[in-house]
Design a protein around this ligand. Structure first.
Ligand code: FES
Length: 115
């Protein structure tokens, strides 16, 4: 497996198009949930993939203006903080550190993003 410490290389740079997301399965991350990695505005973000409101994959949502909209009931989450931006979600999506380096996208499951 392609790992460094706690980091997992989930894709090559260029694999996740701008405005798109990749669902990384829980088996691959060793985390309790799948994690969605988003590419928006030239930056990468990672959130728990399962919506905090119900059983929907945020990787299947719509990405716009630094937010992802859940495909099931349209709650929106800030990609940076995971905070819900509107109802019906009231709980934040957990954030994870993700970085682009050495030609790859590296996910740090369970580690908070650095500011
Ligand atoms: Fe995401 Fe309801 S499942 S808003």
């Amino acid at each position: 497996m392609n790992t460094t410490g706690n980091a997992v290389r989930v894709a090559d740079i260029g694999d996740i198009e701008e405005g798109e997301a990749l669902q990384v399965p829980a088996e691959r991350t060793g985390h309790g949930d799948a994690i969605a990695v988003f590419h928006e505005g030239g930056a990468y973000y990672a959130l728990d993939d399962t919506c905090s409101h119900g059983q929907a994959s945020l990787a299947d949502g719509w990405i716009e203006d630094g937010q992802v909209e859940c495909p099931l009931h349209s709650a929106r989450f800030c990609l940076k903080s995971g905070e819900p931006q509107c109802m019906p979600a009231t709980l934040a999506a957990r954030t994870h550190k993700v970085e682009a380096r050495d030609g790859g996208i590296w996910l740090h499951p369970g580690q908070e993003p650095t500011a």
